[in-house]
Design a protein around this ligand. Structure first.
Ligand code: ARG
Length: 556
Protein backbone atom coordinates (compact mmCIF):
# COMPACT_ATOMS: atom_id res chain seq x y z
CA UNK A 1 0.00 0.00 0.00
CA UNK A 2 1.32 3.43 -0.66
CA UNK A 3 1.78 5.95 2.08
CA UNK A 4 -1.13 8.13 1.11
CA UNK A 5 -3.44 5.14 1.21
CA UNK A 6 -1.98 4.24 4.60
CA UNK A 7 -2.61 7.75 5.89
CA UNK A 8 -6.20 7.58 4.70
CA UNK A 9 -6.70 4.32 6.56
CA UNK A 10 -5.17 5.73 9.71
CA UNK A 11 -7.38 8.82 9.63
CA UNK A 12 -10.36 6.62 8.95
CA UNK A 13 -9.64 4.62 12.10
CA UNK A 14 -10.05 7.84 14.09
CA UNK A 15 -13.20 9.08 12.34
CA UNK A 16 -14.90 5.90 11.29
CA UNK A 17 -17.95 6.39 13.48
CA UNK A 18 -18.71 9.58 11.61
CA UNK A 19 -17.45 9.47 8.03
CA UNK A 20 -17.06 7.13 5.13
CA UNK A 21 -13.55 6.30 4.02
CA UNK A 22 -14.00 7.71 0.54
CA UNK A 23 -15.06 11.03 2.06
CA UNK A 24 -11.70 11.57 3.72
CA UNK A 25 -9.93 14.28 1.81
CA UNK A 26 -6.18 14.45 1.52
CA UNK A 27 -4.86 17.59 -0.10
CA UNK A 28 -1.52 19.01 -0.98
CA UNK A 29 -0.51 21.85 1.34
CA UNK A 30 -0.12 25.23 -0.30
CA UNK A 31 3.60 25.18 0.33
CA UNK A 32 5.79 22.17 0.70
CA UNK A 33 7.36 23.33 3.97
CA UNK A 34 3.91 23.29 5.61
CA UNK A 35 3.72 19.54 5.39
CA UNK A 36 3.58 16.63 2.97
CA UNK A 37 -0.18 16.28 3.11
CA UNK A 38 -2.97 18.45 4.45
CA UNK A 39 -6.18 17.13 5.96
CA UNK A 40 -8.91 19.78 5.85
CA UNK A 41 -11.25 19.22 8.82
CA UNK A 42 -14.06 21.68 8.04
CA UNK A 43 -16.34 19.17 6.37
CA UNK A 44 -16.39 16.90 9.42
CA UNK A 45 -17.33 19.76 11.75
CA UNK A 46 -21.08 19.42 11.43
CA UNK A 47 -21.17 15.67 11.99
CA UNK A 48 -18.78 15.63 14.91
CA UNK A 49 -20.17 18.84 16.41
CA UNK A 50 -16.63 20.05 17.00
CA UNK A 51 -14.58 22.88 15.61
CA UNK A 52 -12.26 22.04 12.69
CA UNK A 53 -9.24 22.71 14.89
CA UNK A 54 -10.52 20.33 17.59
CA UNK A 55 -10.96 17.63 14.99
CA UNK A 56 -7.46 18.27 13.61
CA UNK A 57 -6.14 17.93 17.17
CA UNK A 58 -8.07 14.72 17.63
CA UNK A 59 -6.39 13.30 14.55
CA UNK A 60 -3.02 14.49 15.79
CA UNK A 61 -3.45 12.80 19.19
CA UNK A 62 -4.37 9.51 17.60
CA UNK A 63 -1.77 9.34 14.85
CA UNK A 64 1.48 9.04 16.73
CA UNK A 65 3.43 7.74 13.72
CA UNK A 66 3.26 11.06 11.96
CA UNK A 67 4.41 14.53 12.75
CA UNK A 68 1.31 16.73 12.63
CA UNK A 69 0.81 20.50 12.90
CA UNK A 70 -2.65 21.90 13.44
CA UNK A 71 -3.26 25.22 11.66
CA UNK A 72 -6.52 26.94 10.72
CA UNK A 73 -8.67 23.85 10.67
CA UNK A 74 -6.09 21.73 8.89
CA UNK A 75 -4.02 18.85 10.19
CA UNK A 76 -0.79 19.22 8.24
CA UNK A 77 1.01 15.94 8.13
CA UNK A 78 4.69 15.21 7.79
CA UNK A 79 5.18 11.59 6.89
CA UNK A 80 8.08 9.35 7.76
CA UNK A 81 10.45 10.27 4.96
CA UNK A 82 12.58 7.16 5.11
CA UNK A 83 9.67 4.76 5.01
CA UNK A 84 8.15 6.70 2.18
CA UNK A 85 11.38 6.83 0.17
CA UNK A 86 12.16 3.18 0.56
CA UNK A 87 8.64 2.29 -0.37
CA UNK A 88 8.46 4.47 -3.47
CA UNK A 89 11.90 3.56 -4.86
CA UNK A 90 11.32 -0.14 -4.39
CA UNK A 91 7.94 0.05 -5.99
CA UNK A 92 9.20 1.86 -9.10
CA UNK A 93 12.21 -0.45 -9.38
CA UNK A 94 9.82 -3.35 -9.34
CA UNK A 95 6.96 -2.03 -11.47
CA UNK A 96 9.08 -0.04 -13.93
CA UNK A 97 6.94 1.63 -16.60
CA UNK A 98 3.82 0.02 -15.18
CA UNK A 99 4.13 2.21 -12.13
CA UNK A 100 1.25 4.66 -11.99
CA UNK A 101 -1.25 2.31 -13.64
CA UNK A 102 -4.63 2.04 -12.02
CA UNK A 103 -7.94 0.44 -12.64
CA UNK A 104 -10.44 3.22 -12.15
CA UNK A 105 -11.82 2.32 -15.59
CA UNK A 106 -12.61 -1.23 -14.60
CA UNK A 107 -12.59 -2.21 -18.27
CA UNK A 108 -15.38 0.19 -19.16
CA UNK A 109 -15.43 1.06 -22.84
CA UNK A 110 -14.46 4.47 -24.13
CA UNK A 111 -14.60 5.49 -27.76
CA UNK A 112 -12.34 8.42 -28.60
CA UNK A 113 -12.82 10.21 -31.88
CA UNK A 114 -9.93 12.45 -32.83
CA UNK A 115 -7.79 13.87 -35.63
CA UNK A 116 -10.53 13.75 -38.31
CA UNK A 117 -8.99 15.92 -41.04
CA UNK A 118 -11.05 17.09 -44.00
CA UNK A 119 -10.37 15.41 -47.31
CA UNK A 120 -8.95 17.66 -50.03
CA UNK A 121 -7.91 20.17 -47.42
CA UNK A 122 -4.60 20.43 -45.62
CA UNK A 123 -4.13 18.72 -42.29
CA UNK A 124 -4.31 21.87 -40.21
CA UNK A 125 -2.88 22.93 -36.88
CA UNK A 126 -6.31 22.42 -35.34
CA UNK A 127 -6.25 18.82 -36.48
CA UNK A 128 -2.80 18.52 -34.97
CA UNK A 129 -4.19 19.64 -31.61
CA UNK A 130 -7.01 17.15 -31.92
CA UNK A 131 -4.52 14.44 -32.80
CA UNK A 132 -2.13 15.24 -29.96
CA UNK A 133 -4.87 15.55 -27.33
CA UNK A 134 -6.74 12.48 -28.58
CA UNK A 135 -3.64 10.33 -28.68
CA UNK A 136 -2.69 11.39 -25.14
CA UNK A 137 -6.20 10.72 -23.85
CA UNK A 138 -6.09 7.29 -25.43
CA UNK A 139 -2.86 6.48 -23.57
CA UNK A 140 -4.18 7.94 -20.32
CA UNK A 141 -7.42 5.95 -20.53
CA UNK A 142 -5.50 2.75 -21.20
CA UNK A 143 -3.23 3.45 -18.25
CA UNK A 144 -6.23 3.90 -15.98
CA UNK A 145 -7.86 0.63 -16.92
CA UNK A 146 -10.33 1.50 -19.66
CA UNK A 147 -10.93 -0.37 -22.85
CA UNK A 148 -10.33 2.14 -25.63
CA UNK A 149 -11.47 2.32 -29.26
CA UNK A 150 -10.20 5.09 -31.52
CA UNK A 151 -11.92 6.59 -34.52
CA UNK A 152 -10.56 8.92 -37.18
CA UNK A 153 -13.77 10.41 -38.53
CA UNK A 154 -12.57 11.69 -41.87
CA UNK A 155 -14.38 14.75 -43.19
CA UNK A 156 -15.06 13.18 -46.55
CA UNK A 157 -18.53 14.41 -47.30
CA UNK A 158 -20.58 17.56 -47.65
CA UNK A 159 -21.51 20.30 -50.12
CA UNK A 160 -17.87 21.31 -50.47
CA UNK A 161 -17.28 18.15 -52.49
CA UNK A 162 -19.90 19.20 -54.99
CA UNK A 163 -18.06 22.50 -55.41
CA UNK A 164 -14.75 20.74 -55.72
CA UNK A 165 -15.99 18.32 -58.35
CA UNK A 166 -17.37 21.19 -60.37
CA UNK A 167 -14.17 23.22 -59.97
CA UNK A 168 -11.99 20.28 -60.99
CA UNK A 169 -14.07 19.57 -64.06
CA UNK A 170 -13.93 23.21 -65.07
CA UNK A 171 -10.38 24.27 -64.23
CA UNK A 172 -8.54 21.19 -62.97
CA UNK A 173 -5.64 19.24 -64.41
CA UNK A 174 -5.00 15.61 -63.51
CA UNK A 175 -1.20 15.81 -63.65
CA UNK A 176 -1.08 18.82 -61.36
CA UNK A 177 -3.37 17.21 -58.80
CA UNK A 178 -1.34 14.01 -58.81
CA UNK A 179 1.86 15.94 -58.24
CA UNK A 180 0.63 17.96 -55.32
CA UNK A 181 -2.89 16.83 -54.44
CA UNK A 182 -3.81 18.85 -51.40
CA UNK A 183 -2.31 22.10 -52.62
CA UNK A 184 -3.96 21.77 -56.03
CA UNK A 185 -7.36 20.75 -54.72
CA UNK A 186 -7.24 23.56 -52.28
CA UNK A 187 -6.43 26.02 -55.06
CA UNK A 188 -9.44 24.79 -57.00
CA UNK A 189 -11.67 25.18 -53.97
CA UNK A 190 -10.42 28.72 -53.39
CA UNK A 191 -10.90 29.57 -57.07
CA UNK A 192 -14.47 28.31 -56.89
CA UNK A 193 -15.24 30.74 -54.08
CA UNK A 194 -13.51 33.64 -55.80
CA UNK A 195 -15.42 33.07 -59.00
CA UNK A 196 -18.67 32.59 -57.13
CA UNK A 197 -18.51 36.16 -55.85
CA UNK A 198 -19.06 37.53 -59.36
CA UNK A 199 -21.00 34.54 -60.60
CA UNK A 200 -23.40 33.32 -57.89
CA UNK A 201 -24.86 30.66 -60.18
CA UNK A 202 -21.74 28.60 -59.41
CA UNK A 203 -23.24 27.83 -56.01
CA UNK A 204 -26.08 26.06 -57.81
CA UNK A 205 -23.58 24.08 -59.86
CA UNK A 206 -21.84 23.01 -56.65
CA UNK A 207 -25.13 21.96 -55.11
CA UNK A 208 -26.02 20.05 -58.24
CA UNK A 209 -22.82 18.04 -58.12
CA UNK A 210 -23.21 17.32 -54.43
CA UNK A 211 -26.68 16.00 -55.12
CA UNK A 212 -25.23 13.79 -57.85
CA UNK A 213 -22.68 12.49 -55.38
CA UNK A 214 -25.44 11.82 -52.88
CA UNK A 215 -27.27 9.87 -55.54
CA UNK A 216 -24.18 7.82 -56.39
CA UNK A 217 -23.63 9.27 -59.86
CA UNK A 218 -20.64 7.37 -61.20
CA UNK A 219 -18.62 10.33 -62.43
CA UNK A 220 -19.09 12.21 -59.17
CA UNK A 221 -18.21 9.12 -57.15
CA UNK A 222 -15.09 8.43 -59.14
CA UNK A 223 -13.68 11.92 -58.72
CA UNK A 224 -14.60 12.06 -55.06
CA UNK A 225 -12.91 8.69 -54.43
CA UNK A 226 -9.81 9.85 -56.17
CA UNK A 227 -9.64 13.09 -54.14
CA UNK A 228 -9.99 11.00 -51.03
CA UNK A 229 -7.25 8.53 -51.91
CA UNK A 230 -4.79 11.28 -52.74
CA UNK A 231 -5.58 13.11 -49.52
CA UNK A 232 -5.20 10.06 -47.32
CA UNK A 233 -1.79 9.38 -48.85
CA UNK A 234 -0.76 12.85 -47.75
CA UNK A 235 -2.14 12.44 -44.22
CA UNK A 236 -0.24 9.20 -43.81
CA UNK A 237 2.98 11.17 -44.08
CA UNK A 238 1.92 13.37 -41.21
CA UNK A 239 0.80 10.44 -39.06
CA UNK A 240 4.11 8.73 -39.70
CA UNK A 241 5.98 11.81 -38.54
CA UNK A 242 3.84 11.97 -35.43
CA UNK A 243 4.43 8.29 -34.75
CA UNK A 244 0.73 7.48 -34.89
CA UNK A 245 0.28 4.24 -36.65
CA UNK A 246 -3.28 3.31 -36.38
CA UNK A 247 -6.86 4.04 -35.48
CA UNK A 248 -9.36 1.30 -34.85
CA UNK A 249 -11.65 2.85 -37.43
CA UNK A 250 -11.27 5.30 -40.32
CA UNK A 251 -14.96 5.40 -41.06
CA UNK A 252 -15.66 8.93 -42.20
CA UNK A 253 -18.76 11.02 -42.73
CA UNK A 254 -19.58 9.65 -46.17
CA UNK A 255 -20.16 6.20 -44.73
CA UNK A 256 -23.34 7.52 -43.16
CA UNK A 257 -24.92 9.13 -46.17
CA UNK A 258 -27.60 6.49 -46.50
CA UNK A 259 -28.10 5.94 -42.78
CA UNK A 260 -28.92 9.65 -42.62
CA UNK A 261 -32.24 9.02 -44.33
CA UNK A 262 -33.15 6.57 -41.59
CA UNK A 263 -32.23 9.16 -38.99
CA UNK A 264 -34.44 11.77 -40.62
CA UNK A 265 -37.27 9.26 -40.81
CA UNK A 266 -36.92 8.34 -37.15
CA UNK A 267 -36.93 11.98 -36.12
CA UNK A 268 -40.00 12.65 -38.22
CA UNK A 269 -41.79 9.61 -36.87
CA UNK A 270 -41.06 10.63 -33.31
CA UNK A 271 -42.70 13.94 -34.15
CA UNK A 272 -39.62 15.96 -33.34
CA UNK A 273 -39.23 17.87 -36.59
CA UNK A 274 -40.98 20.50 -38.62
CA UNK A 275 -40.55 22.07 -42.00
CA UNK A 276 -39.13 25.55 -42.18
CA UNK A 277 -38.52 27.21 -45.54
CA UNK A 278 -38.48 23.78 -47.13
CA UNK A 279 -35.84 22.40 -44.77
CA UNK A 280 -36.46 19.85 -42.02
CA UNK A 281 -35.47 21.20 -38.63
CA UNK A 282 -35.61 20.20 -34.98
CA UNK A 283 -36.64 22.97 -32.63
CA UNK A 284 -34.48 23.01 -29.53
CA UNK A 285 -36.45 25.55 -27.55
CA UNK A 286 -36.60 29.30 -27.30
CA UNK A 287 -33.37 31.31 -27.70
CA UNK A 288 -31.75 28.24 -29.20
CA UNK A 289 -30.60 27.76 -32.75
CA UNK A 290 -32.69 24.96 -34.30
CA UNK A 291 -30.84 21.98 -35.75
CA UNK A 292 -31.26 21.61 -39.51
CA UNK A 293 -31.23 17.93 -40.39
CA UNK A 294 -32.28 18.02 -44.04
CA UNK A 295 -31.97 20.77 -46.60
CA UNK A 296 -34.74 21.77 -48.95
CA UNK A 297 -33.01 19.91 -51.82
CA UNK A 298 -33.18 16.70 -49.81
CA UNK A 299 -29.48 16.46 -48.93
CA UNK A 300 -28.46 15.94 -45.32
CA UNK A 301 -26.02 17.80 -43.12
CA UNK A 302 -23.03 17.45 -40.85
CA UNK A 303 -25.22 17.00 -37.78
CA UNK A 304 -27.41 14.38 -39.46
CA UNK A 305 -24.31 12.34 -40.24
CA UNK A 306 -23.11 12.76 -36.66
CA UNK A 307 -26.38 11.38 -35.32
CA UNK A 308 -26.18 8.40 -37.67
CA UNK A 309 -22.53 7.86 -36.75
CA UNK A 310 -23.23 7.92 -33.04
CA UNK A 311 -26.06 5.42 -33.25
CA UNK A 312 -23.81 3.15 -35.28
CA UNK A 313 -20.92 3.48 -32.83
CA UNK A 314 -23.16 2.62 -29.92
CA UNK A 315 -24.19 -0.53 -31.77
CA UNK A 316 -20.64 -1.43 -32.74
CA UNK A 317 -18.82 -0.72 -29.49
CA UNK A 318 -21.53 -0.53 -26.85
CA UNK A 319 -19.48 2.22 -25.26
CA UNK A 320 -19.89 3.63 -21.77
CA UNK A 321 -18.39 6.93 -22.86
CA UNK A 322 -17.85 8.61 -26.20
CA UNK A 323 -15.35 11.47 -26.48
CA UNK A 324 -15.20 13.93 -29.37
CA UNK A 325 -11.84 15.71 -29.51
CA UNK A 326 -12.81 18.70 -31.63
CA UNK A 327 -12.05 22.44 -31.41
CA UNK A 328 -14.17 24.62 -29.16
CA UNK A 329 -15.39 26.40 -32.31
CA UNK A 330 -17.80 23.46 -32.71
CA UNK A 331 -19.27 23.78 -29.23
CA UNK A 332 -22.73 24.66 -30.54
CA UNK A 333 -22.71 21.70 -32.90
CA UNK A 334 -22.06 19.24 -30.10
CA UNK A 335 -24.64 20.87 -27.84
CA UNK A 336 -27.18 20.48 -30.62
CA UNK A 337 -26.12 16.89 -31.21
CA UNK A 338 -26.69 16.07 -27.56
CA UNK A 339 -30.04 17.80 -27.44
CA UNK A 340 -31.38 16.15 -30.58
CA UNK A 341 -30.26 12.77 -29.26
CA UNK A 342 -31.93 13.37 -25.93
CA UNK A 343 -35.12 14.29 -27.70
CA UNK A 344 -34.86 11.08 -29.69
CA UNK A 345 -34.64 9.24 -26.37
CA UNK A 346 -30.96 8.31 -26.36
CA UNK A 347 -29.15 9.44 -23.24
CA UNK A 348 -25.67 8.31 -24.20
CA UNK A 349 -22.71 9.55 -22.25
CA UNK A 350 -21.04 11.77 -24.84
CA UNK A 351 -18.52 14.52 -24.14
CA UNK A 352 -17.13 17.17 -26.41
CA UNK A 353 -13.45 17.57 -25.55
CA UNK A 354 -12.97 21.10 -26.85
CA UNK A 355 -9.71 22.94 -27.28
CA UNK A 356 -8.49 26.42 -28.10
CA UNK A 357 -6.84 27.76 -31.22
CA UNK A 358 -3.21 27.82 -32.23
CA UNK A 359 -1.94 31.37 -32.44
CA UNK A 360 1.08 32.79 -34.17
CA UNK A 361 2.09 36.26 -33.02
CA UNK A 362 -1.23 36.48 -31.26
CA UNK A 363 -3.30 35.76 -34.38
CA UNK A 364 -5.06 32.59 -35.35
CA UNK A 365 -2.68 30.36 -37.24
CA UNK A 366 -4.56 28.87 -40.11
CA UNK A 367 -4.10 26.90 -43.23
CA UNK A 368 -6.93 28.73 -44.89
CA UNK A 369 -6.23 31.01 -47.80
CA UNK A 370 -3.13 28.96 -48.49
CA UNK A 371 -0.99 31.36 -46.46
CA UNK A 372 0.42 29.02 -43.87
CA UNK A 373 2.28 25.93 -44.86
CA UNK A 374 0.91 22.49 -44.12
CA UNK A 375 1.43 20.68 -40.88
CA UNK A 376 3.89 18.39 -42.53
CA UNK A 377 6.13 21.32 -43.38
CA UNK A 378 5.63 22.80 -39.94
CA UNK A 379 6.86 19.55 -38.39
CA UNK A 380 9.73 19.49 -40.85
CA UNK A 381 10.70 23.04 -39.86
CA UNK A 382 10.78 21.93 -36.25
CA UNK A 383 12.91 18.94 -37.17
CA UNK A 384 15.31 21.20 -39.08
CA UNK A 385 15.74 23.49 -36.10
CA UNK A 386 16.28 20.46 -33.85
CA UNK A 387 18.98 19.35 -36.29
CA UNK A 388 20.72 22.70 -36.04
CA UNK A 389 20.71 22.61 -32.25
CA UNK A 390 21.84 19.00 -31.95
CA UNK A 391 24.57 19.45 -34.58
CA UNK A 392 25.99 22.14 -32.34
CA UNK A 393 25.56 20.39 -29.01
CA UNK A 394 26.35 16.81 -29.88
CA UNK A 395 27.65 16.40 -33.45
CA UNK A 396 28.75 12.78 -32.96
CA UNK A 397 25.51 11.52 -31.55
CA UNK A 398 24.57 7.95 -32.41
CA UNK A 399 21.30 7.52 -34.30
CA UNK A 400 21.37 11.22 -34.91
CA UNK A 401 18.61 11.53 -37.50
CA UNK A 402 16.20 9.48 -35.43
CA UNK A 403 16.87 11.54 -32.30
CA UNK A 404 16.53 14.80 -34.24
CA UNK A 405 13.14 13.70 -35.45
CA UNK A 406 12.04 12.71 -31.95
CA UNK A 407 13.14 16.07 -30.58
CA UNK A 408 11.59 18.14 -33.36
CA UNK A 409 8.25 16.35 -33.24
CA UNK A 410 8.27 16.02 -29.45
CA UNK A 411 8.69 19.78 -29.13
CA UNK A 412 5.57 20.43 -31.20
CA UNK A 413 3.47 17.87 -29.34
CA UNK A 414 4.63 19.07 -25.94
CA UNK A 415 3.77 22.66 -26.82
CA UNK A 416 0.33 21.48 -27.80
CA UNK A 417 -0.27 19.66 -24.54
CA UNK A 418 1.40 21.69 -21.85
CA UNK A 419 -1.45 24.16 -21.33
CA UNK A 420 -5.00 23.40 -20.35
CA UNK A 421 -6.57 22.42 -23.64
CA UNK A 422 -9.33 25.04 -23.61
CA UNK A 423 -6.75 27.83 -23.71
CA UNK A 424 -5.38 29.10 -26.99
CA UNK A 425 -1.73 28.26 -27.47
CA UNK A 426 1.05 30.26 -29.04
CA UNK A 427 3.27 28.59 -31.58
CA UNK A 428 6.80 29.93 -31.85
CA UNK A 429 9.38 27.55 -33.20
CA UNK A 430 12.39 29.10 -31.45
CA UNK A 431 10.64 28.89 -28.09
CA UNK A 432 9.31 25.37 -28.25
CA UNK A 433 12.73 23.94 -29.12
CA UNK A 434 14.64 25.55 -26.28
CA UNK A 435 16.50 23.04 -24.15
CA UNK A 436 15.61 25.05 -21.04
CA UNK A 437 12.25 26.18 -19.77
CA UNK A 438 8.95 24.40 -20.09
CA UNK A 439 9.59 22.50 -23.29
CA UNK A 440 9.59 18.97 -24.60
CA UNK A 441 13.32 19.03 -25.36
CA UNK A 442 14.00 20.06 -21.74
CA UNK A 443 12.28 16.94 -20.43
CA UNK A 444 13.90 14.78 -23.10
CA UNK A 445 17.30 16.25 -22.28
CA UNK A 446 16.87 15.63 -18.56
CA UNK A 447 15.90 12.06 -19.33
CA UNK A 448 18.96 11.53 -21.54
CA UNK A 449 21.28 13.05 -18.99
CA UNK A 450 19.97 10.75 -16.26
CA UNK A 451 20.39 7.85 -18.59
CA UNK A 452 24.11 8.35 -18.78
CA UNK A 453 24.34 8.99 -15.04
CA UNK A 454 22.75 5.73 -13.98
CA UNK A 455 25.33 3.64 -15.77
CA UNK A 456 27.14 3.94 -12.42
CA UNK A 457 24.44 2.17 -10.45
CA UNK A 458 25.66 -0.90 -8.54
CA UNK A 459 22.34 -2.41 -7.51
CA UNK A 460 23.30 -2.85 -3.89
CA UNK A 461 20.83 -2.78 -1.03
CA UNK A 462 20.52 0.59 0.54
CA UNK A 463 20.91 0.89 4.29
CA UNK A 464 18.36 3.57 5.07
CA UNK A 465 19.56 3.95 8.67
CA UNK A 466 22.62 5.67 7.31
CA UNK A 467 20.72 8.06 5.07
CA UNK A 468 19.72 11.59 5.93
CA UNK A 469 17.32 12.69 3.27
CA UNK A 470 18.00 16.28 2.15
CA UNK A 471 15.43 18.75 0.91
CA UNK A 472 16.28 18.29 -2.77
CA UNK A 473 16.16 14.52 -2.62
CA UNK A 474 12.89 14.72 -0.78
CA UNK A 475 11.27 16.96 -3.36
CA UNK A 476 12.04 14.47 -6.10
CA UNK A 477 10.96 11.47 -4.06
CA UNK A 478 7.71 13.08 -3.05
CA UNK A 479 6.94 13.98 -6.66
CA UNK A 480 7.54 10.39 -7.74
CA UNK A 481 4.85 9.38 -5.28
CA UNK A 482 2.33 11.70 -6.94
CA UNK A 483 2.49 10.19 -10.43
CA UNK A 484 -0.47 7.88 -10.15
CA UNK A 485 -2.76 10.57 -8.74
CA UNK A 486 -1.78 12.94 -11.51
CA UNK A 487 -2.69 10.39 -14.18
CA UNK A 488 -6.05 9.66 -12.56
CA UNK A 489 -6.78 13.37 -12.35
CA UNK A 490 -5.85 13.89 -15.98
CA UNK A 491 -8.30 11.16 -16.95
CA UNK A 492 -11.11 12.55 -14.83
CA UNK A 493 -10.60 16.06 -16.24
CA UNK A 494 -9.61 14.89 -19.72
CA UNK A 495 -6.58 17.05 -19.30
CA UNK A 496 -3.18 15.82 -20.52
CA UNK A 497 -1.59 19.13 -19.46
CA UNK A 498 -1.56 17.88 -15.87
CA UNK A 499 0.92 15.21 -16.92
CA UNK A 500 2.95 17.67 -18.99
CA UNK A 501 3.21 20.04 -16.03
CA UNK A 502 4.02 17.18 -13.71
CA UNK A 503 6.97 15.95 -15.77
CA UNK A 504 8.29 19.50 -16.11
CA UNK A 505 8.18 19.89 -12.32
CA UNK A 506 9.79 16.52 -11.78
CA UNK A 507 12.56 17.32 -14.27
CA UNK A 508 13.14 20.68 -12.56
CA UNK A 509 13.24 19.11 -9.10
CA UNK A 510 15.69 16.54 -10.32
CA UNK A 511 17.91 19.12 -11.98
CA UNK A 512 18.00 21.11 -8.74
CA UNK A 513 19.19 18.04 -6.88
CA UNK A 514 21.73 17.39 -9.60
CA UNK A 515 23.01 20.96 -9.45
CA UNK A 516 23.38 20.93 -5.67
CA UNK A 517 24.65 17.46 -4.85
CA UNK A 518 27.11 15.04 -6.36
CA UNK A 519 25.99 11.58 -7.40
CA UNK A 520 29.31 9.83 -7.97
CA UNK A 521 30.77 9.86 -4.47
CA UNK A 522 32.86 7.84 -1.97
CA UNK A 523 29.93 6.86 0.22
CA UNK A 524 28.58 3.87 -1.69
CA UNK A 525 25.36 3.69 0.23
CA UNK A 526 24.49 7.31 -0.40
CA UNK A 527 25.63 7.08 -4.01
CA UNK A 528 23.30 4.17 -4.57
CA UNK A 529 20.44 6.05 -2.94
CA UNK A 530 20.92 9.07 -5.23
CA UNK A 531 21.36 6.91 -8.30
CA UNK A 532 18.17 5.04 -7.52
CA UNK A 533 16.38 8.36 -7.27
CA UNK A 534 17.83 9.22 -10.68
CA UNK A 535 16.86 5.88 -12.16
CA UNK A 536 13.28 6.09 -10.90
CA UNK A 537 13.00 9.66 -12.15
CA UNK A 538 14.10 8.49 -15.57
CA UNK A 539 11.45 5.79 -15.64
CA UNK A 540 8.70 8.24 -14.71
CA UNK A 541 9.85 10.94 -17.14
CA UNK A 542 9.90 8.41 -19.93
CA UNK A 543 6.51 7.00 -19.03
CA UNK A 544 5.06 10.51 -18.68
CA UNK A 545 6.34 11.38 -22.16
CA UNK A 546 4.99 8.14 -23.56
CA UNK A 547 1.55 9.00 -22.22
CA UNK A 548 1.75 12.30 -24.07
CA UNK A 549 2.85 10.61 -27.29
CA UNK A 550 6.47 11.78 -27.09
CA UNK A 551 9.57 9.67 -27.54
CA UNK A 552 12.40 9.79 -25.03
CA UNK A 553 15.79 9.23 -26.68
CA UNK A 554 18.46 7.67 -24.45
CA UNK A 555 21.06 10.11 -25.64
CA UNK A 556 20.81 13.54 -27.18
N1 ARG B 1 -13.75 17.00 -39.87
C1 ARG B 1 -14.23 17.93 -38.87
C2 ARG B 1 -13.50 19.24 -38.99
O1 ARG B 1 -12.35 19.26 -39.35
C3 ARG B 1 -14.05 17.42 -37.48
C4 ARG B 1 -14.90 16.25 -37.14
C5 ARG B 1 -15.48 16.38 -35.80
N2 ARG B 1 -16.20 15.24 -35.38
C6 ARG B 1 -17.50 15.08 -35.47
N3 ARG B 1 -18.00 13.95 -35.04
N4 ARG B 1 -18.28 16.00 -35.93
O2 ARG B 1 -14.05 20.28 -38.68
Amino acid sequence: MDIKEQLKNDVYEVLKDYVKKEDIIIEKPKMRQMGDYALPCFTYSKILKKSPNDIANLIKENLKNYEINVINGYANVFINKKDFSKNILNKILLDKENYGSSNIGNNKKIVIEYSSPNVAKPFGVGHLRSTAIGEALKNICLKTGYKVYTINYLGDYGTQFGKLIYAYKKWGNEEEVKKNPIVELKKLYVKFHEEAITNPSLEDEGRKWFKKLAENDSEALELWNWFKEESIKEYEKTYNLLGINKFDSYIGESYYKDACNEVVKEIEQKGLSKISEGATIVDLGEDKVPAIIKKSDGTTLYITRDIAALLDRKKTYDFDEMLYVVGTEQKLHFEQLKEVLNKMGYDYNITHIGFGMVLQDGKKMSTRGGKTASLESLLNDSIDLARKIIDEKNPNLKNKEEVIKQVGVGAVIFNDLKNYRINDIEFKLEDILKFEGETGPYVQYTHARINSLIKNMNNININYDLININEYEWNVLFSLGEFKDVIVKSKLNYDPSLIAKYIIDLAQDFNKLYANYKFIIEDENLMEFRLQIAYCTKIILKEGMRLLGINAPDEM
